[in-house]
Design a protein around this ligand. Structure first.
Ligand SMILES: [Zn+2]
Length: 158
């Protein structure tokens, strides 16, 4: 089972294959009652419209978290980005969050964070994806994209 979501105008999409979803589910389950999150790596489809996630990276060790908040750390990410680019031309695609016990809605903080990321030239990603996951008890995921200089766009099931 893969997951694919698109904006209403079909300009932005995101896809996760089964093994990637499995990793995400495991990371969420491991986090219990606390939020967690991390970065998404992968590549764009040949038409450049769909972010194909090949790797859900767990929270860096310098992350901190609580029941309703999460600060993603940065330790180890730069080296990982370089390694993945060299090995398979994979790039940073965005962020994932786990929100325990609630519907997967992005908090105001999340929307702010994804905007900051979208504006950060160092990230080099024109439209980062934000995945928010919940376990209820199965994995449920909602997705947004934050195009540079534009409002956050919800990605829906087709
Ligand atoms: Zn969040």
């Amino acid at each position: 089972m893969s997951l694919e979501r698109w904006s209403a105008d079909r300009r932005f999409g995101v896809r996760l294959e089964d093994d990637v979803l499995e990793t995400l589910r495991d990371e969420c389950a491991r986090s219990g009652h606390l939020e967690t999150g991390g970065v998404l790596l992968g590549r764009y489809s040949s038409r450049q419209d769909c972010a194909v996630v090949t790797e859900v990276v767990p929270a860096p060790p310098d992350s901190s978290r609580g029941r309703t908040w999460f600060h993603r750390g940065v330790r180890g990410l730069r080296a990982l980005f370089v390694a993945r680019w060299r090995a398979r031309r994979d790039v940073y695609l965005g962020e994932w969050h786990f929100h325990p016990g609630v519907n997967p809605e992005p908090s105001g903080r999340d929307q702010e964070q994804i905007r900051v990321l979208a504006a950060a030239a160092s990230v080099g990603c024109a439209a980062p994806v934000l995945l928010v996951a919940g376990l209820m008890p199965n994995l449920v995921i909602d997705a947004w994209v934050a195009p540079r200089r534009a409002p956050v766009v919800h990605l829906s099931e087709r």
